[in-house]
Structures are given as C-alpha cells and as structure tokens.
Design a protein around this ligand. Structure first.
Ligand SMILES: [Zn+2]
Length: 165
C-alpha cells in the first residue's frame, strides 16, 4: 500500500450499488485512474465539491487491492462547463496509469480544444474523414469512435454520442 498526492481533473463520478462513489480522474502524476471513495455519505459531504466533474483538485489516494482509494481531495478551481465533452473523450480513450504531460497541460490550460485533445489521444481529426460520406469531419462519436461531418450528424442520433470538434 502506498500513498500518492497529485493534481487531478475529475472526469466523472458515479455511485456504485454499495453506495460508494467511483471517481474517474485524469491525474498529473499517474494518468487516468478510477478511484473509489468509501463511506459515500461521509465523503460526499466532506469531499463532495472537490470530487465533482470539472474540478481540478489536489487528490490523495492510497493504492490498495489494485483499486485506488481516495482519502482526501481539495478543489483548486473548476474547468468551464464547455470542457465536459473533452473530459468525456479522456474518460473513454485515455489509457489508465499512463501519465501524459502534454494531455495534462491541454486539459489544465485555457479551454482545451476537442481537436487537439483527440489528436493527443491518437485520433487526429486532421487526417480523418466522415465515416459516412468522406467529407471533412465536424464531430467525433464517443460511442463508435468514428468521425462524422456536420451533414451526417443528424443521421447518427443521440446513441452515437457525438461531440463537436
Ligand atoms: Zn458525412
């Protein structure tokens, strides 16, 4: 068991069946991790705002049974709501436990561009074309990992979970 303290961006948060909280983080030191906060009610009241999506927080966790247990968190600031699609991309595409300083700098910087974040994650829109018609893409489907152009987005529907580039 060892302890880690790192800055982290909260990508997502979900409540598990046993009332714990599972927090998806992109950390500066360890890359993407999924941490568990036990005693959900306590941690929700004490750490709630510090573990909400879009928060950039200093996070402390211990590595225990292959699952990081979050023991403390302190929000430094919040990313703008427009960053949410980009955070979903990171949650979907970034490998776990692979620190990426370029990606960290993008996310922690001013309004991270979806195109640049996708490029760092290995899906560069520059070399992509619409999966349906071959035109230059305007959106990326988080469901299928396809690029789609503005004209074809309506054909995709909500299930494709398309984010604008
Ligand atoms: Zn198209």
């Amino acid at each position: 068991m060892f302890q880690v303290v790192t800055d982290a961006i909260v990508l997502d948060k979900e409540f598990t069946y046993d009332a714990h909280v599972r927090v998806h983080l992109f950390t500066k030191e360890c890359g993407k991790i999924v941490g568990k906060a036990t005693s959900a009610r306590k941690i929700t009241s004490k750490l709630g705002a510090h573990l909400e999506p879009l928060a950039l927080s200093a996070v402390q966790f211990v590595q225990k049974n292959h699952l990081p247990q979050i023991t403390d968190a302190l929000a430094k600031r919040r990313l703008p709501p427009e960053a949410m699609p980009v955070l979903r991309m990171v949650r979907m595409l970034a490998p776990e436990y692979e620190p990426d300083q370029e990606l960290w700098a993008l996310l922690a910087g001013e309004s991270p561009s979806p195109s640049r974040v996708l490029a760092v994650l290995g899906y560069d829109p520059l070399f992509a074309s619409c999966e349906w018609c071959g035109k230059p893409p305007s959106h990326f489907s988080l469901k299928t990992l396809f690029f789609v152009c503005a004209g074809c987005v309506p054909r995709c529907g909500a299930s494709y979970d398309c984010a604008a580039l």
